[in-house]
Design a binder for this molecule. Structure first.
Ligand code: CTP
Length: 404
């Protein structure tokens, strides 16, 4: 059981806070809601109080509330502070360290982990000012749940939607044990040694699965072995490792923090949530396309389905563009022909620092060995064929050298 202080900002998505409270309560957590002035235009304190079975705090200047539980105490009594929805305005005030209402005062006074779920119009979300503020909050140690992409209340389409409460809960659950035990996502209390000590290394691995209907997926042959071996080697070198894994049945490498995902979109969200990172190594074989999945099983009697494909986000290219781009951004290129030429093209088009190119025309996918050409801005290194674990160790020592 955790005690959650839920701050509800003033956006159309505030109505989802009611469902989020139900979700928290169903899972056995205590929720104390705090409603901003803006939030109270979208949901009433009464409905949040009824669902939370707790008083709802709204004002810094409420003498009765202040006498019963002062704002400093309120900010410390929780195990975790969740802001959902976090509006552009609230995010800006948090980034600036303002304390001009109860929500921002609590956020400034708390000594507990803070997770925010932003929700706003797509242009507001993509605006340089919002992205700057988000980067600042991440640098301050706040966990940011990436907004969903889709049609918005304002009629536009894109990222900015508040994820569904069940999804928010699932994402929180992955980080909750770590957060609640007070270790936070950026603090590392244990003293670790090794050439990558103090560095955060983000690795993607495995395939993605794009559902067609509830029982069928579009998959690929990636086994995840090379990515997992790299995550293991990075952890052995002392790095803090986040391993975002597609559907594979491989054991989690010791010391790595694993986030399991299924689709390319979920992988993109998990990667964005794991930032900032010093090094990102994108080994996953991400599906370039997804289809709009049918909600019930497609029947043979209905004839062959016509699948309409839509592009998936390119995670590597997305990282190459971000203001909080990792210092060293490394992609993989699985090619069956013109291996080095194709890799050079990807280095430029995805704004990566290195591309690890491998020839997958044989049994590399699923196999135990790999032959690598490391393509950097300075040239091409041809590595001899080696076991995937040895390739991983060699790559990690090249990375350590580069960061020096
Ligand atoms: N990648 C990614 N997101 C995607 C597609 C690829 O992050 N949607 C990353 C892979 O993890 C890898 C690199 O981009 O690090 C190159 O992947 P690859 O599949 O070889 O390249 P594509 O861009 O998909 O090009 P193509 O399939 O045409 O070769």
């Amino acid at each position: 059981m955790s005690r959650i202080l839920l701050i509800v900002g003033g956006g159309i998505a505030a109505y989802k806070a009611a469902e989020l409270i139900r979700q928290f309560r169903k899972e056995g957590h205590e929720v104390t809601p705090v409603l901003t002035e803006g939030g109270s235009h979208f949901v009433t304190p009464m409905s949040l109080a009824a669902l939370a079975e707790s008083p709802v705090y709204t004002s810094l200047w409420d003498l009765k509330d202040e006498a019963e539980m002062g704002h400093i105490q309120l900010s410390r009594a929780a195990d975790l502070v969740v802001v959902a929805p976090a509006t552009a305005d609230l995010i800006a005030r948090m980034a600036a360290g303002e304390a001009n209402d109860l929500a921002t005062t609590l956020l400034l006074a708390t000594d507990k982990p803070v997770v925010i779920a932003p929700a706003m119009n797509v242009r507001m979300w993509q605006h340089a000012a919002t992205q700057r503020n988000i980067a600042q909050l991440k640098a301050d140690g706040i966990t940011v749940l990436e907004p969903d992409e889709g049609p918005m209340a304002c009629g536009e389409y894109g990222p900015g939607r508040l994820p569904e409460p069940a999804d928010i809960y699932q994402r929180l659950e992955k980080i909750l044990p770590e957060l609640v035990s007070g270790r936070g996502t950026t603090a590392q209390s244990d003293v670790v040694e090794g050439p990558l000590a103090g560095k955060h290394v983000l690795v993607t691995a495995g395939p993605t699965h794009e559902p067609i209907d509830p029982v069928r997926v579009i998959a690929n042959r990636s086994s995840g072995k090379q990515g997992f071996a790299i995550a293991a080697a990075a952890a052995q070198a002392g790095a803090r490792v986040t391993l975002v894994a597609g559907p594979v049945s491989l054991p989690t490498p010791g010391g790595a923090c694993r986030v399991d995902v299924e689709t390319a979109q979920q992988m993109a969200d998990a990667v964005a949530e794991a930032l900032p990172a010093d090094v990102a190594i994108l080994v996953a074989a991400v599906a370039d396309w997804r289809v709009k999945a049918a909600t019930s099983k497609l029947k043979k009697s209905d004839g062959p389905p016509l699948l309409k494909f839509a592009p998936n986000p390119d995670i590597l290219a997305m990282l190459g563009e971000r203001p909080d781009r990792p210092t060293l951004l490394i992609g993989f290129a699985a090619e069956t022909n013109d291996v080095v030429a194709n890799a050079k093209g990807k280095l430029a088009s995805k704004k990566a620092d290195w591309i690890v190119a491998n020839d997958v025309s044989g049994d590399v996918m699923g196999g135990s060995h790999n032959r690598i050409h490391l393509v950097t801005k300075d040239g091409v290194e041809d590595w001899p064929e080696a076991a995937k674990e040895d390739v991983a160790r060699h790559l990690i020592s090249r990375i350590a050298e580069e960061l020096e």
